[in-house]
Design a protein around this ligand. Structure first.
Ligand SMILES: *Cc1c(COP(=O)(O)O)cnc(C)c1O
Length: 406
């Protein structure tokens, strides 16, 4: 590493909170699936900012939407109407099949919106006594970092030191529909679930799991809310990961790729009855649904179809997973995924996923471990077959090396 890179890393460490442990690389430029560091070394980005950069870095059409909007009108708050918000929300509703959408910025804010909607719906429509509504969540969940959301995390580190916790959540095992049926009681407002658990290590439930959950929820008048922040917008080879099970949840949460890799843009979408619990003054966000975000969000949704990114994710995801599965090394426990959302699980306790990510970095490929043992591969959805072959060659070389030194 150059001394320039070193000193910038030191600067960040000195003045920044240490709430992340970044890989030691200073990135300065991005284009498509590639990023370059301060010493002009090129990398294939197989991380895509946790799937926020599905459209690739600095997509020309998205950058054009951003810059022209920034030069015209960016933020006026929701105290007034603007030109593009309605069009953005209509597009999102039409594509996903929901009646209404509520814009926020970060994913966690949209999840908080879902929690508020579910609770208010439970009091207004289900007749649950005020203060008693419960939301069922799954072990291994990741829904964000607010105090309420970490209150129902099963990850010790996400919670430790941040008590007292918000009550009203009940935890069940993931991929266990019978546990859902048993956990439901007259106070259950909603079941909040990721169709595939991303942060937990690309954990895929059995086929039909979500379908069974949907039936159980319908039978018990419980809202099914899917967190599609990471799995949505083509990441798993369908517009929404819940579509793999042919399920239309009562509500969903979108974020990450909705901002086209440029801005934080999130949405809570639901059918009319649920969204109607909100009245003026109930809930909001200064920046939520601002004109700049609406323009970028609308363009991000358009580009998804114009460039066929969902089908590309399905086809190339299948191809890439098949190739990866030919990698037979004793330190690999499992290779799994859907679309371009792939996890490689490491079996050998002497080899950490981070160690492999560091070697991949040196070899020119960006990736990030999740939960110590899983390497996440989630490239921009604009990636080509040739580029995936290049990525495969790097991964194979690194794995070969790890295997001989293990
Ligand atoms: C990233 C993520 C979130 C949180 O989004 P932020 O924008 O970081 O607040 C919530 N749920 C899931 C499934 C995520 O992957």
């Amino acid at each position: 590493m150059s001394t320039r890179a070193d000193s910038l890393i030191e600067l960040e460490k000195q003045f920044g909170a240490h709430n992340y442990l970044p890989l030691p690389v200073v990135l300065t430029r991005g284009e498509g699936i590639y990023v370059w560091d301060i010493d002009n070394k090129q990398y294939i980005d197989m991380m895509s900012a946790y799937s926020a950069v599905s459209h690739g870095h600095c997509h020309p059409k998205l950058v054009a939407a951003l810059t022209s909007q920034a030069q015209t009108l960016a933020v006026v708050s929701r105290a007034f109407y603007t030109k593009t918000l309605g069009q953005f929300l209509r597009k999102a509703c039409e594509l996903t099949g929901y009646d209404k959408a509520l814009p926020m910025n970060s994913g966690a804010e949209a999840v908080e919106t879902a929690i508020k909607a579910a609770r208010k719906w439970a009091y207004h429509y289900k007749g649950i006594e005020d203060g008693n509504a419960e939301i069922i969540v799954c072990e291994g969940n990741f829904h964000g970092r607010t105090t309420t959301i970490v209150s129902f995390s099963s990850d010790y580190q996400y919670r430790d030191g941040f008590s007292p916790y918000t009550p009203g959540f009940r935890m069940i095992p993931y991929n266990d529909h019978e546990a859902l049926e048993e956990a439901i009681n007259p106070n259950t407002a909603a079941f909040l679930v990721e169709p595939i658990q991303g942060e937990a290590g690309i954990r895929l439930p059995s086929a039909g799991y979500l379908q069974k959950c949907a039936e159980i929820c319908r039978k018990n008048n419980v809202l099914l809310i899917c967190d599609e922040i990471q799995t949505g917008l083509g990441r798993t080879g369908k517009l929404l990961a819940s579509h793999h099970d042919e399920v239309q949840p009562d509500a969903i949460v979108l974020g990450k790729a909705l901002g086209g890799g440029l801005l934080p843009v999130s949405l809570f979408l639901s059918r009319e009855e649920v969204m109607n619990v909100f009245t003026p003054g109930d809930h909001g966000s200064t920046f939520g649904g601002n004109q700049l975000a609406a323009s970028v969000g609308l363009t991000a949704l358009e580009v998804l179809y114009e460039e066929n990114l969902i089908d590309n994710s399905a086809e190339l995801g299948r191809y890439f997973l098949e190739r990866l599965k030919t990698l037979n090394y004793p330190f690999i426990k499992d290779i799994r995924g859907k679309g371009l959302f792939i996890g490689i699980e490491i079996a050998d306790p002497k080899i950490t996923a981070r160690q492999i990510c560091l070697e991949l970095l040196t070899a020119g490929l960006l990736s990030k471990e999740t939960h110590g043992t899983v390497i996440r591969l989630a490239p921009p959805l604009i990636i080509t077959k040739q580029q995936l072959d290049d990525a495969f060659d790097i991964i194979k070389k690194v794995f070969e090396n790890v295997a001989t030194h293990a």
